[in-house]
Design a protein around this ligand. Structure first.
Ligand SMILES: Nc1ncnc2c1ncn2[C@@H]1O[C@H](COP(=O)(O)OP(=O)(O)OP(=O)(O)O)[C@@H](O)[C@H]1O
Length: 451
């Protein structure tokens, strides 16, 4: 007789000293059909988890343990091969610590007291579902390790209600990241309201965000609901938050702290239930004090920070984005363009992209519209270089050589899992030569940060 299919029995480790809390969690998780191993102190967990690490799909860990902090347990175990994902349980005052832990690799945290249903949902989405712990879904924002790290953070942040601050150079994709965060969050079916604080004149910004009552000022002929109110239970995205005038910063702080807003000219507080996600290309942390951005507001907005790296620091994404945008442009027109010439691709890889992804998209759109050949040439992407040199389609040889070497080295490192000796063998150069080239091409730093 064939064996019945067993349900997916997750194995969960629990580090919780409180017998009542621990007992009820164990009971509930066992009811769900999961197997639970319970340690009542940090010391027991550190001794008990390593042999069980391969088998555990998740560790739920209280931050405050009688003998040590949950952070110490995490740090001890994070060094073990194949260490399980951690979900922290925190008291209200420990959110900062939990956020720091999430940045160093914990999958999630919950603040006490919590709803059991929410807790079970987080366990389900945080636990690893394959024995290797490999992320099964593809990435949306790009192919480079740097952007995938940012995307992993966005996934971890998605289930929380705390404010998120997205930083990154202009055109790097902050709004794209904010929309992704919204789409994968439980708020996805609610509105996403984007306000560009730099684009709206300062005197209008307050009534645009908070709304106004009829007759609040000359010209206010009827009641107007602001972005914050129209966001409902969705996301209020405040772009270029660094440009928000000081007077409005105080009002925004109240919106976040009190969870309510008052329309301009109004008196009644209206509940505010949306999640605040803001973005800036400036370093607001160093602008505190005299230079225009309130420090207290900054800390409120940046509880969950994520940085979108500039395109020049994630070159793997350049080819990926070129292809995506070209496919897009081609599908919109009846052009016969087949792709990028190797020279155009090399030119794109060596260029610094000061305008980041936006610039890349614009250049591809223009090249697709203007190119007269089937293959896009460097002069189509960078016409200003072509006219300067008076030699369309050509690049300095040194740049071409560097780009070609960089790509070969990257391929060899990928093939050998980052082992320099083996990669040097594949490329028929000595280890020293390879290391020197990696240093010159900016690859050594990355190899060090990834190892
Ligand atoms: N990962 C990506 N995949 C596809 N398109 C992207 C990606 N990142 C950015 N873009 C595109 O690049 C352009 C700029 O992106 P976005 O507006 O998100 O940047 P930003 O950092 O918010 O810019 P700004 O600082 O000017 O507000 C948009 O056209 C967007 O669609």
């Amino acid at each position: 007789m064939p064996k019945p299919m067993l349900p997916d029995r997750a194995r969960i480790g629990l580090v919780e000293d409180d017998p009542v809390m621990g007992g009820s969690i164990v009971q509930r998780l066992e009811l769900e059909g999961w197997k639970v191993i319970w340690w009542q102190s940090g010391r027991e967990a550190i001794a008990g988890i390593p042999p069980a690490a391969h088998a555990l799909d998740l560790v739920i860990c209280d931050i405050r343990l009688p003998d040590m902090s949950g952070e110490t347990v995490f740090n001890e175990l994070a060094r073990q091969p194949n260490s399980p994902p951690f979900l922290f349980v925190t008291g209200f005052g420990e959110v900062d610590q939990a956020v720091r832990l999430m940045r160093s690799g914990a999958v999630d945290f919950m603040t006490k007291p919590f709803e059991m249903d929410d807790f079970l949902k987080r366990i389900e989405s945080g636990r690893r579902t394959t024995s290797s712990g490999v992320r099964l879904k593809g990435y949306y924002l790009g192919e480079s390790p740097a952007i995938q790290h940012a995307e992993d953070l966005i996934h971890r942040y998605a289930n929380h209600d705390l404010p998120v601050l997205i930083t990154g150079e202009t055109g790097s994709g902050k709004e794209v990241a904010a929309r992704l965060l919204h789409q994968i969050s439980p708020r996805a079916t609610e509105p996403f309201m984007a306000v560009n604080c730099a684009a709206i004149p300062a005197e209008l910004l307050e009534s645009e965000i908070f709304g106004h009552e009829k007759g609040a000022f000359t010209g206010a002929q009827q009641r107007h609901l602001g972005y914050a109110e129209r966001a409902g239970k969705g996301t209020l995205f405040l772009d270029e938050i660094g440009d928000m005038p000081l007077s409005l910063q105080a009002k925004l702080l109240r919106l976040i702290e009190d969870g309510s807003l008052v329309r301009v000219g109004g008196e009644t507080p209206i509940p505010f239930r949306a999640r605040v996600v803001s973005a800036t290309h400036r370093d607001l942390a160093i602008r505190g004090g005299t230079s225009g951005f309130r420090e207290d507001l900054y800390f409120r907005l940046a509880v969950l920070p994520v940085e979108i790296p500039p395109l020049r620091h994630r070159r793997e994404d350049i080819t990926w984005l070129l292809d995506r945008f070209l496919a897009n442009a081609v599908s919109r027109s009846d052009t016969r363009i087949r792709g990028f010439s190797a020279l155009a691709e090399e030119a794109a890889l060596t260029y610094a992209w000061p305008g980041n992804v936006r610039e890349l998209r614009n250049r591809v759109d223009r090249a697709a519209a203007l190119s007269t050949s089937e293959w896009i040439m460097p002069g189509d992407l960078f016409p200003e270089h072509a006219s300067n040199a008076g030699s369309a389609g050509f690049l300095p040889l040194a740049d071409v050589r560097d780009a070609a070497e960089r790509r070969q080295i990257e391929r060899a490192l990928e093939e050998t899992g980052g082992q320099i000796a083996k990669a040097a063998g594949l490329l028929a150069v000595s280890r020293t030569t390879l290391w020197e080239k990696m240093t010159r091409l900016g690859l050594a730093e990355r190899a060090r940060s990834e190892s």
